[in-house]
Design a binder for this molecule. Structure first.
Ligand code: CU
Length: 151
C-alpha cells in the first residue's frame, strides 16, 4: 500500500506536469516532507516550482500551519562543512523550473508545533512580491521513503 502511494506520488509529478505547463502561471508541484518524531523540532520540505510565465516572481516570505517559522534554505559547502543559508528573497526567473530536493535547496520548517504523521497533509503559504499568495499542500511521507538503496 505504501509503495502504491509512492507510485501515485511519482505519477502525479511526471504525468500531471504537461497539462499544467500550458498554463501561464507560477505552479508549485509535488510538495512533500517526511514524517517526524516527537522530539524533532524542524524538518525540510521539498517542492518543484515552475514559472510558466515571462515574469520574474519573488517569494518574500512563507509560513506554515505546523511550525512557528518557515524559511527557504540553500545548502552551501563552507571549508568542507555543509551549511544551510537562509534566502531572504527567493527569485524565480521567467520560464524557469526549480527543484527543491534532499541534499539541496529546501524549505525549512522551524519549531514544529506538532508531530507530522505519515499520510497526512498541511499547507504552506508563499507570499509573493506582487501581493499574491500561493497556498501549497504538502504531503507527509513515510520516512522509509527517504532513501531507497539499490543492492
Ligand atoms: Cu534548512
Amino acid at each position: 500500500m505504501r509503495n502504491l502511494k509512492y507510485f501515485c506520488f511519482i505519477f502525479l509529478i511526471f504525468f500531471y506536469y504537461p497539462s499544467q505547463s500550458a498554463d501561464k502561471n507560477l505552479a508549485f508541484h509535488g510538495a512533500y516532507t517526511f514524517e517526524t518524531n516527537s522530539v524533532q523540532k524542524s524538518c525540510a520540505v521539498y517542492v518543484s516550482i515552475f514559472n510558466n510565465t515571462k515574469n520574474t516572481f519573488t517569494i518574500n516570505s512563507l509560513n506554515s500551519q505546523v511550525s512557528e517559522k518557515a524559511e527557504i534554505h540553500e545548502v552551501i559547502l563552507d571549508n568542507d562543512i555543509v551549511r544551510m543559508n537562509k534566502i531572504e528573497k527567493f527569485i524565480v526567473p521567467p520560464n524557469e523550473q526549480i527543484y527543491f530536493q534532499p541534499g539541496g535547496s529546501h524549505i525549512m520548517l522551524i519549531n514544529l508545533k506538532k508531530e507530522l504523521v505519515d499520510g497526512t497533509s498541511f499547507f504552506i503559504n508563499f507570499k509573493l512580491d506582487n501581493g499574491k499568495e500561493a497556498k501549497v499542500k504538502v504531503m507527509v511521507l513515510n520516512k522509509k521513503l527517504r532513501e531507497n538503496f539499490i543492492e
